[in-house]
Design a protein around this ligand. Structure first.
Ligand code: BEZ
Ligand code: FE
Length: 293
């Protein structure tokens, strides 16, 4: 019988002793996952050499993180986001062929079953902020339009909050909409120019960011889920490249290909044609979906 099998624990063999106790009938994937976690956790503890007090602090942090969670708040996902783990899991699960639009984090503010709107509708129901016209095409990898693609879009209002964060203050479904492309694969709708905003930072994760000298801000963006029959669903954003936080997103969601152009349109003729009260922003952005595998 080996030392590990006897269960005699030393600083050197710690991970092996624990891993050796995983039962032979354990689901192989669970055994693989837990073995890796035990090995890396023990290695981290050996590198850190925490004092008993430091280890208790870590336990208290994880306890507070759990206690902050409820039906509306998921502090563990936020922790995964700010540690870059959500983006890493997203990258591993969305290795896309060249030319296909890239994915990024979903975030906690998606709402299912948002009403479908006609193309050209204005999703800004509170009338705040600078008007923004967003348009483009949903294409396949051959550059052909995808008909019947569902575009689910959501963004914060001009105060930096999603409607679900301000129930009773913002109109329901403010700055959310679902659109479906016609035969030409194009989409158009109106919104409000997004602004940077903080991720929820009134919990243990926000405190940890502060302790690490990090800010909680995400650069201005619009969220999208794009779905079409025969294609991989795409969860993504477009970002304002001129945002002051574009190179320091608190959740690491920015990719170069997701930078859009937010053009300020001041031409009186365009203003007249679009029927706006004054200048507006225009964002033209195409998305390319990968064929379903
Ligand atoms: C968001 O963009 O909505 C978001 C993403 C990750 C954490 C918090 C918010
Ligand atoms: Fe967001």
């Amino acid at each position: 019988m080996s030392t590990e099998e006897k269960g005699y624990f030393t600083e050197e063999n710690s991970a092996d002793v624990v891993i050796s106790k995983i039962g032979a009938d354990t689901d192989p994937r669970l055994a693989e996952v837990m073995s890796a976690i035990i090995r890396h956790l023990h290695a981290a503890v050996k590198e850190i050499e925490p004092t008993q007090e430091e280890w208790l602090e870590a336990i208290k942090f994880l306890t507070a993180t759990g206690q902050k969670c409820d039906d509306w708040r998921q502090e563990y996902i936020l922790l995964s986001d700010v540690l870059g783990v959500s983006m890493l899991v997203d990258a591993i699960n969305n290795r896309k062929p060249t030319g296909v639009s890239e994915s990024t984090v979903l975030g906690p503010f998606h709402v299912p079953d948002v009403p479908e709107l006609p193309m050209g509708a204005n999703i800004c129901l509170d009338g705040k902020g600078e008007p923004m016209l967003i348009k483009g095409r949903i294409l396949n990898t051959d550059g052909a339009p995808i008909a019947g693609a569902k575009i689910d879009v959501w963004q914060t209002n001009d105060d930096g909050f999603y409607d679900v964060q301000q129930k009773g203050i913002q109109p329901d479904f403010n700055l959310r909409g679902v659109f479906r492309t016609g035969a030409d694969g194009t989409y158009t709708f109106w919104g409000a120019k997004p602004r940077f905003y903080p991720i929820p930072d009134d919990g243990p994760v926000g405190k940890m960011l502060g302790d690490l000298g990090r800010h909680p801000y995400r650069p201005a963006h619009l969220h999208y889920i794009l779905e079409a029959e025969g294609y991989e669903t795409l969860v993504t954003h477009i970002f304002d490249p001129d945002d002051e936080y574009i190179h320091s997103d608190a959740v690491f969601g920015v990719k170069e290909s997701l930078l859009a152009k937010f053009d300020l349109i001041e031409d009186p003729q365009r203003i007249k044609t679009e029927g706006t009260k004054g200048p507006f922003f225009e964002v033209i952005h195409d998305f390319v979906l990968a064929p379903a595998s």
